[in-house]
Unconditional design. Structure first.
Lengths: 361, 306, 503
């Protein structure tokens, strides 16, 4: 009979191979789904996974979408390593859009034109503040009242969504917008500079890479980062060492709120350039998947961010080219995470054949 | 009918989803397993039930299909968490994300379709009583089912030997294992039962409350149910009470909107979520209180033979 | 005919062969000891006998017939009863409910409650079936376990290290019960590493070392030295303890009162003690009497004490954080290794950073080379068998990890060291090294407080002894003047002079 037993030491092979195996299995399920829907599986897989890399413009779209995913996921990695389960990155992202978008809107409608070197950082900082505020609320309620951060941060997502709606249907509605629920477009001085001509890709992508390096330094070379991780791995050891769990809570939440807010501000100042009810297609939640697929490691997160962005773009392409429902990408993402979690268990455990039967379950 | 009776009636009706989901989570958590995938299970079950009712015209089949869908997803979750020992938080979260996507995918052809409004069932004799009649005795059958389930679960937990074992296992599975009970199988059973109840909760939204299907129909009720279980300190009677109180908040929101009160409808929609936060703060303030009432092994993996 | 016969039993785990060709024979009415140090394979063997684990090789015979024990339930049906060391009582239920769940369900709860009272009376065991288990002392819980096992009318009763949680007086009472059972024909398997007890109680003894049987003897005809030779291959190393004058008071605790934080914990009442430079104060006591709470207050994990209640060289530190206490010279070693003394998945090098922050540079950056150098130094000085400074803490054996953790504290040259259970679950070689290092540290002038449940160990290394019982301290007594009987009665809370005074 097959039994699962612990390994004497974690398997290095599986640590690296697990995400790849998970990806392959997900692609397999995708192929089966496509066949079940009456489409050619190989063509479908090509459209989802290969087509988005086929030309310069497509690649730029993939990197564009990867930018907020990477930035948000970096913050989440710090949180999850500290065992702070921030699920509300979507809400913090939206508050970043609101913060950054609000400042951009005010500058635009007041007719104030600042040099890019001043205006943009202002917008981005406002976004970071918005995200930090939203995440700070979660930290406050957990710190003072022990309220579970998973549920609080999630409830705040719904509150954030309704807040954005309230703003774009109300005070922020563009008076020249034909009564559409959206704000005025921001002035050109507040757009993020492009990275690649004739594409929408902006410098945010480079910023994301720099941030990845910074977070890596923080986690693996700073004492603060070390304390955070001990708190997440062994809270009793952290108490013994005298590491403050309160400081870990606030640091991780404020940091991830700032990053999610920054991502939001970059989205409004980058491709979108206004505030609408459709600012996020669940980016905050996809970022959670990016974080896990990237193994909570900055380098892995960069790769995973590009990968999941690829799947999202591929999903859109599949919708327009093959008539597949857009939700397919969503299903595959969720499936990828589930399969990854299952594969990960084989890092610390392995299957063995045992002659014995009748062991108590 | 009388204003207050109408209020109570609506509170009961709209609280039933939460009641069913929270009861399912209660069974789960009493066995020591935390399933954050409630929202995902409810969504998939909602779309499954809707599809079944749409094609066969039978609500009963709809609810059964939903319960089966919920139990199936729960079994997937259980397989990962109980037998492969994956992290309960991450896996539950993954299940919710997966469930969201899956429900959107499966329901693509049914978006916007709706069913005719459901009939309530007037309890013969009792529904003619003044005030109490309209308030308590003229509801959709599922409302009564939810109450009956709460009673049944309470009886099981507190009056049977199996229920005692389940509660004890939720506190600490080691002694149960040492005594030779199949801890993992019992937990699997509890998780599947919980999934089935969450399924019923999801179908209640798509078949009774709405009754239609759009992406994300349950709008976070699965998460609210998780908070509700803690609020009710894992007791069935309190779950009902809490669920109906929440139902009351929804009523408040609807009646304010109907009266054209000058608050943006978006802000009113926030009410249930803000209320959940308030509830969480109120119950969590005293950590000793939670620790005394919470099944102590909740969320911790169980490895036999370690 | 033998009641139980094990022939050539073997069991392989991934990293180690826990049992190798083990033979064991128990007659009806015999009290049979299984002797071995930690890690010798005793618990694996017991798990095989009561059905929790299946052997890879060998045969089991019960009353002459070969059997397959597939599960604990099957073992119970055969007539094998087990009194566990831990993990088998539900804290939140009453004793009766616990026993009820442990039986097959044919009796109602009330009938079971009555039977508990009957059995307890017959064997002179004081058990109240209706009290919730969390309110029972560890000794009382053990009695509930014994009653539960007896209710199944066992032909073989297995006791796993039963006396580690008992006062010496309670041990005597237990022995009376066991002898009575044996006289009535019940066989008893008594697992222990305590030589005196085995020689006093048991008719026969099988000695295990490294998974193999190294002797099958009549313990009443053996000496401690000969048994020890079978158990560890040599005689236990003798520790040198030089008598010396203690210096000034380093650690002073006065008027420490702490309410419990854990609902199942113990309140501390009016704790008063002193530890001087160059002496070891041993704190004895049955587990669960306030040791954990006292240690947390001293290490700084619990900061609710008033500042002056704990003084280090005169300086009030009762409410200060662990890092400040360490900077002032007070280091501690906790009871649990993995998860508290060290992070299991982190490397030894990383684990040094828990208490040794000399390698943290300005701005909070880690100097990685310096951290690894410290780890290497600790590994070498304290003979830690590990793959290197990058080895994960979880990959070390209990003894080696304990050497590392204790070494990490000793290497910091503390003015005061507080240690909990320094050699629990540690093999004899490592235990000897740790005790030797503690004595060397004491000779160098450190003030050491050792909390331990092993009376032998405390008698061996302490200069003075004190007992903690129900959150209060007994009088202190020089180790040379203390007797096991006196300490034993103090462990039950029976002392008359005010706490803290010299007896």
């Amino acid at each position: 009979m097959l039994m699962l037993e612990p390994r004497p030491a974690p398997s290095r092979v599986m640590t690296l191979a697990s995400p790849l195996i998970a990806l392959l299995l997900t692609a397999l399920v995708a192929a089966l789904l496509l066949a079940a829907l009456g489409k050619d599986p190989l063509e479908g897989l090509r459209v989802i996974f290969a087509e988005p890399l086929s030309n310069r413009r497509q690649v730029s779209e993939v990197l564009l979408k990867a930018t907020p995913l990477i930035v948000i996921a970096l913050g989440l990695a710090v949180c999850y390593r500290a065992n702070v389960w921030n699920i509300g990155a979507e809400g913090q992202f939206l508050l970043g859009c609101v913060g950054g978008g609000g400042v951009a809107l005010w500058l635009t409608t007041q007719g104030i034109v600042l040099p890019k070197v001043l205006g943009l950082p202002l917008v981005l900082a406002a976004g970071m503040l918005g995200g930090m505020l939203w995440a700070g609320a979660v930290a406050l309620l957990r710190d003072r009242y022990n309220a579970n951060e998973i549920l609080v941060s999630l409830m705040l997502v719904y509150v954030a969504q309704q807040s954005v709606n309230a703003l774009v249907f109300g005070p922020w509605k563009d008076p020249q917008g034909f009564n559409m629920p959206q704000s005025a477009m921001f002035h050109a001085s507040l757009h993020l500079p492009p990275l690649l001509e004739r594409t929408r890709l902006h410098v945010g992508f480079v910023a994301a890479l720099v941030l990845a390096a910074a977070v890596a330094l923080f986690l693996f070379r700073s004492f603060r980062g070390f304390q955070l991780q001990v708190g997440g791995l062994a809270p009793a050891a952290a108490r013994y060492a005298g590491f403050s769990s309160r400081s870990a809570l606030w640091t991780s939440l404020l940091l991830s709120g700032a990053l999610a807010g920054l991502a939001g501000a970059m989205e409004v100042a980058g491709p979108i350039r206004q505030v609408t009810p459709y600012l996020s297609t669940g980016l905050g939640f996809t970022a959670i998947i990016v974080c896990f697929v990237g193994r909570l490691h900055p380098l892995g997160i960069v790769v995973a961010g590009v990968l999941l962005s690829l799947m999202l773009i591929g999903g859109e392409l599949a919708q327009s080219r093959l008539g597949l429902p857009n939700a397919m990408a969503s299903v595959l993402q969720g499936l990828l995470l589930l399969i990854l979690l299952a594969c990960d268990t084989f890092i610390d455990q392995r299957l063995r054949w045992r002659r014995a039967t009748g062991r108590a379950a | 009918m009388n204003e207050t009776a109408l209020l109570i009636n609506t509170a009961l009706a709209s609280g039933t989803t939460l009641a069913l989901a929270a009861l399912g989570l209660l069974v789960n958590e009493r066995a020591g397993v935390l399933n954050l995938g409630a929202e995902g299970m409810m969504l998939v079950a909602a779309v499954a039930g809707f599809a079944a009712a749409l094609t066969t015209g039978s609500d009963t089949l709809g609810f059964l299909a939903a319960a089966a869908a919920g139990a199936a997803l729960a079994a997937l979750f259980a397989g990962l968490v109980i037998f492969l020992n994956t992290n309960q938080y991450a896996t539950g979260l993954a299940l919710s994300l997966f469930g969201y996507g899956l429900s959107a995918f499966l329901g693509v052809s049914m978006v916007g379709k709706s069913l005719s409004p459901r009939q309530t069932y007037e309890v013969p004799g009792l529904s003619d009583l003044p005030f109490v009649g309209p308030a308590l005795f003229s509801h959709h059958p599922m409302v009564y089912v939810a109450i009956a389930l709460a009673v049944a679960i309470a009886w099981f937990l507190y009056r049977t030997r199996a229920g005692l074992l389940l509660r004890a296992m939720g506190e600490n599975p080691e002694p149960a294992h040492a005594l030779g009970y199949p801890v993992r199988l019992i937990r699997l059973g509890a998780v599947c039962v919980g999934g089935a109840l969450c399924g019923l909760a999801g179908a209640y939204v798509s078949l009774v409350t709405a009754p239609l299907w759009v992406e994300g129909l349950t709008a976070g009720r699965g998460w609210i149910a998780l908070a509700l279980t803690v609020f009710a300190t894992w007791r069935p009677a309190r779950v009902l009470l809490g669920a109906y109180l929440f139902g009351g908040v929804t009523v408040l929101q609807l009646s304010l909107q109907a009266q054209g009160v000058a608050i943006s409808s978006h802000l009113l929609t926030m009410l249930p979520y803000l209320a959940t936060i308030v509830v969480l703060v109120l119950i969590s303030r005293n950590p000793a209180f939670i620790r005394l009432n919470m099944p102590a092994s909740l969320g911790k993996p169980f490895r036999p033979g370690s | 005919m033998y009641r139980l016969e094990l022939i050539g039993i073997g069991k392989q785990y991934p990293a180690v062969k826990a049992n190798d060709g083990v033979h064991l024979r128990v007659r009806p009415g015999e009290i049979h000891a299984v002797l071995g140090e930690n890690g010798a394979g005793k618990s694996t063997l017991m798990k095989i006998i009561y059905g929790a684990v299946r052997p890879d090789e060998g045969e089991i015979r019960w009353n002459g017939r070969p059997v397959r024990i597939a599960s604990p339930a099957a073992a119970r049906r055969l007539g094998i009863g087990m009194v566990y060391q831990h993990f088998s009582l539900f804290d939140t239920l009453s004793a009766a409910e616990n026993v009820w769940l442990g039986l097959d369900g044919s009796l109602a709860l009330d009938a079971v409650t009555q039977r508990i009272r009957d059995v307890a009376h017959t064997y002179g065991l004081d058990v109240d079936p209706l009290r919730p288990v969390h309110s029972l002392s560890v000794g009382e819980r053990q009695r509930v376990e014994i009653v539960r096992a007896l209710l199944t009318d066992p032909q073989l009763l297995i006791l796993d290290e039963p006396t580690s949680v008992l006062t010496p007086q309670a041990v005597d009472k237990l022995f009376v019960t066991l002898r009575r059972l044996a006289d009535q024909g019940t066989s008893i398997l008594y697992i222990s590493h305590k030589l005196d007890e085995i020689r006093a109680l048991c008719h026969h003894c099988t000695v295990l070392r490294g998974g193999k049987v190294t002797g099958e003897v009549d313990p009443t005809r053996e000496s401690n030295a000969s048994l020890s030779r079978m158990m560890i291959g040599t005689e236990p190393p003798a520790l040198q303890r030089r008598a010396q004058e203690a210096g000034p008071v380093v650690l002073a605790v006065d008027g420490l009162n702490l309410a419990r934080q854990d609902p199942f914990g113990v309140d501390l009442h009016d704790i008063r003690l002193e530890v001087r430079a160059g002496e070891i104060l041993g704190v004895a006591g049955v587990s669960g009497n306030g040791q954990q709470e006292l240690l947390a207050a001293l290490s700084g994990e619990d900061r609710r004490a008033s500042p002056a209640a704990i003084r280090l060289s005169g300086r009030p530190i009762g409410d200060r954080a662990p890092r400040l206490r360490r900077r002032l010279g007070l280091h501690s070693v906790p009871e649990e290794r993995l998860g508290r003394g060290a992070v299991p998945t982190m490397s030894l090098a990383q684990n040094t950073l828990l208490t040794r922050t000399e390698s943290v540079g300005r701005g909070g950056w880690l100097r990685v080379a310096s951290v690894r150098a410290l780890a290497r130094r600790l590994i070498e000085r304290f003979q830690v068998k590990a793959a290197g400074p990058d080895a994960a803490a979880a990959s070390l054996s209990g003894g080696n990890l304990q050497k590392f953790i204790v070494g990490r504290a000793i290497d910091a040259k503390p003015a005061c060291l507080v240690v909990a259970q320094p050699t629990w679950g540690v093999d004899v070689g490592a235990a000897a090294l740790i005790r030797g290092e503690l004595l060397a540290l004491r000779d160098a002038g450190c003030a050491i407080l050792v909390v331990s449940e092993e009376l032998d160990e405390l008698f061996e290394i302490s200069d003075r002894l004190v007992v903690v019982a129900r959150g209060r301290l007994s009088p202190t007594v020089p180790a040379a003047e203390a007797t096991v009987e006196r300490i034993g009665s103090w462990m039950s809370g029976l002392w008359s002079t005010p706490a803290g005074a010299e007896a």
